[in-house]
Write a protein that binds this ligand. Structure first.
Ligand SMILES: [Zn+2]
Length: 253
């Protein structure tokens, strides 16, 4: 059973614990509990949360599995080189987390942090959030296969979906994606003549694109906690999609 503190008495540290009441009988009464040992975990609101810590470890597991999945050392070298991850070349599996954290800190110009709330230099919630999304982005840019959809790991869905569109990766499963147009162009407008800036899109592989067709956009978005993003000029350039409706140098019409 897990609960949350919703209020407290500031003078004396007294906590009141609400226990679910089912059908008019309290849970403790129903189980005939008169004495119980209760474990209390206090989470410092400013520091990395247990959920964020789980996300970091899950991402590190997937990145490590990807690196050690390569067959020969030379292959690892060329793969990591092309991924600009050559600093991981000679890293033993159990050091990947340290090396990635160290590199992130150097890029950010900050001191090395710890994920342990008992440590003096424990990461803040805000820093952990940015670090998680940096790792998520690394997985998107390098097409690193992950055990769970990165939608469940990212701290910022819009930032993640943006990176997926730019890298043409399915936001659900990470496979190669097409850009799915969430809003269909209204009747009477020629699709080839309109610009794409502002268009609402989702990057989806064939399978997940078909699923939208089967269950509908709304159910699909709810099922995966998916949010489309609107194309900006940068994404139109990356995708080589026409930005505005007025200029149309390659039009056949
Ligand atoms: Zn997919």
């Amino acid at each position: 059973m897990k609960g949350y503190i919703t209020d407290y008495d500031a003078e004396a540290d007294t906590l009141y614990i609400a226990v679910p009441n089912i059908g008019g009988i309290g849970l403790l009464q129903e189980k005939e509990v008169t004495e119980a040992e209760v474990e209390l975990t206090l989470i410092d609101g400013r520091l990395i949360t247990p959920e964020q810590r789980r996300k970091v470890f899950a991402l590190m597991r997937d990145i490590t599995a990807f690196i050690s999945g390569e067959t020969t050392r030379n292959e690892i070298r060329s793969t990591l080189q092309s991924m600009k991850l050559q600093y991981l070349t000679d890293t033993a599996d159990d050091c990947v987390r340290f090396v990635l954290t160290d590199n992130y800190c150097r890029l950010q110009g900050i001191d090395l942090f710890s994920l342990s709330p008992n440590s003096e230099n424990c990461a803040s919630r805000e820093l952990a959030s940015d670090f998680i999304d940096w790792l998520v982005n690394l997985c998107v840019e390098n097409a690193i296969p992950c055990q769970d959809t990165l939608l469940n790991r990212t701290e910022d869905v819009q930032r993640y979906v943006y990176a997926c569109v730019a890298n043409r990766r399915c936001a659900i499963c990470g496979r190669k994606a097409d850009i799915h147009e969430v809003e269909t162009v209204g009747s009477g407008r020629n699709r080839s003549k309109i610009g794409h800036v502002g268009q609402l899109v989702e990057p989806l592989c064939r399978e997940h694109h078909d699923e939208v067709g089967n269950i509908g956009q709304k159910s699909f978005d709810e099922k995966y906690h998916m949010q489309g993003i609107r194309l900006d000029e940068h994404l139109c350039e990356v995708l080589k999609w026409k930005k505005s409706g007025r200029k149309e140098p390659h039009s056949k019409n």
